[in-house]
Design a protein around this ligand. Structure first.
Ligand code: AR6
Length: 184
């Protein structure tokens, strides 16, 4: 895949994910799916009480997995709820975080969605260091995109300038590695 092809499908924005008009926004939920603070709180507030009722009916979601609901009063058509790991510094954290991105993308593809926005899953209350998490997020999405041609746009939405800059530099590093010509 060329730099341009990747750049066309992968974007990094700063702002409130609950305001995005895309096919699906991803929620960094907890395993009860019954709402909370951070991005979860912002999404539930903007979506309205119908979202909470639907999440209650789903009955929870294990760490690393994803579930889908409508977006109700949100500009986005759907919400994909995933549960990131609480950071402990183990290899298992990285595996579970990667599964959050991959399972969310696969669910979006099953629903024939083409644009999806992710927050920095686990990087708030769950304390995953953003430098590490951004590389896992970008790497996992780049790999999954090869298999999922109908996903045309993946947007990473960061709430602060600092986190936005960290994602930008992680993306640049990963692209540079991808484009590097192997020395024979
Ligand atoms: N738009 C985009 N990003 C946001 C927004 C927003 N509106 N609000 C916060 N962030 P967190 P977690 C960023 O804590 O670490 C909840 O209580 C925030 O700055 O929302 O996965 C759940 O119910 C941070 O970088 O999610 C769980 O109990 C990132 O989103 C728990 O927190 C994720 O922070 C999940 O913790």
């Amino acid at each position: 895949m060329t730099d341009k092809a990747i750049g066309d499908r992968l974007e990094i924005w700063r702002g409130d994910i609950a305001r995005l008009k895309v096919d699906a926004i991803v929620n960094a939920a907890n395993s009860s799916l019954l709402g909370g603070g951070g991005v979860d709180g912002a999404i539930h507030r903007a979506a309205g009480k119908e979202l909470l009722a639907k999440c209650r009916a789903i009955g929870g979601c294990p760490v690393g997995e994803a579930r889908i609901t409508l977006g109700y009063h949100l500009p986005a058509r759907y919400v994909i709820h995933t549960v990131g790991p609480v950071y402990k510094g183990t290899v298992q954290d990285a595996i579970l975080l990667s599964q959050c991105y991959e399972n969310s993308l696969r669910l979006a593809a099953q629903y024939h969605l083409s644009s999806i926005a992710f927050p920095a899953i686990s990087c708030g209350a769950y304390r995953y260091p953003i430098e590490k998490a951004s590389k896992i997020a970008i790497d996992t999405c780049l790999k999954a995109m090869d298999d999922l041609p109908d996903i045309h746009r993946i947007i990473f939405v960061l709430f602060s300038d600092k986190n936005h800059a960290i994602y930008q530099s992680s993306l640049e590093l990963i692209l540079k590695d991808l484009m590097a010509v192997p020395v024979l």
